[in-house]
Design a protein around this ligand. Structure first.
Ligand code: APR
Length: 258
């Protein structure tokens, strides 16, 4: 309980706190993470090796890419998932004016569904399509019939092939997303790092940059991570985000009333 009070106090004293979230914040919504104790890559290393080839597949053969997207088992799980208490707690902390922005590595849109307004989807979103030539984004719903009939969606602006607005391994982070994220990280004086192993770059650079520029970095994770061992995080609260974040939001509300 002491650590909950400490985080709440740090949040109340912060001028511009942001959250940086990873797959660990969505496991309690039924979406498996990648490297945690029951992670996808942990259970099936071959799946990770395949994941590294997806972007090249799109560049070489967009039709084959879309056939694979349609066969994927993870997107239907994401489509059915609902926000959990951790997403709701971060949305409440935004309403309380204590979390100013969420930078998420997740593509599931659950922060938006939980009501958070200022969310940067660093690895994109399954609900959108993106043109890698002109950068235009479209709602996936506009193309669903075309995709389900086995055709490749084309950009309405420049006619090039569209892909999911999901950043695959070896794919560059869209510049607009990178610049917005970098500005938030440079501006924050506190970063709440929730449910990430912080090993995938360039996303994993963000907590390190925050630390380098003087922000307090607080981790919430089931287990220590490389951020803990490297001393990037000032401290870690070990446990489930679905249990810890609501307690932090409650403590912030209670302290604000005093
Ligand atoms: N509460 C707290 N922490 C949790 C919970 C939970 N309920 N469930 C899992 N975790 C922790 C795990 O211990 C792990 O440290 O969340 C972390 C999830 O780490 P990863 O599975 O590596 O997910 P992430 O860090 O988001 O991966 C980054 O890698 O595969 C790519 O693009 C994908 O965005 C992803 C990126």
């Amino acid at each position: 309980m002491e650590l909950i009070k400490k985080v709440a106090r740090d949040l109340l004293e912060s001028k511009y706190a942001i959250a940086f979230t990873g797959a660990g914040i969505s496991t309690e919504s039924g979406i498996p993470d990648f490297r945690g104790p029951f992670g996808i890559w942990k259970r099936d290393p071959e799946a990770e090796r395949r994941a590294y080839k997806v972007y090249t597949k799109f560049l070489k053969d967009p039709r084959e890419y879309w056939i694979e997207v349609q066969k994927s088992t993870i997107y239907p799980i994401i489509d059915k998932a609902l926000p959990n208490s951790a997403h709701r707690a971060l949305s409440e902390l935004e309403e309380l004016g204590k979390i100013m922005c969420i930078i998420t590595q997740n593509i599931d849109g659950l922060h938006h569904k939980a009501g958070s307004k200022n969310v940067i989807e660093f690895h994109g979103s399954v609900s959108k399509l993106r043109c890698i030539c002109c950068g235009s984004r479209f709602d996936k719903k506009e193309f669903i019939n075309l995709i389900e009939s086995g055709r490749v969606p084309k950009c309405k602006i420049c006619e090039n092939f569209l892909k999911l607005d999901v950043v695959h391994f070896n794919e560059p982070i869209p510049p607009d997303i990178y610049i917005r994220s970098f500005n938030e990280v440079m501006r924050c004086d506190l970063m709440l790092v929730c449910g990430t192993s912080a090993v995938v770059y360039p996303a994993a650079e963000l907590p390190r940059i925050a630390k380098r520029y003087g922000a307090k970095v607080i981790e919430i994770n089931l287990e220590e991570t490389t951020l803990t061992f490297e001393g990037v995080s000032d401290y870690i609260i070990k446990g489930r985000v679905g249990e810890i974040l609501p307690k932090i939001a409650e403590e912030v509300k209670r302290s604000k009333k005093e």
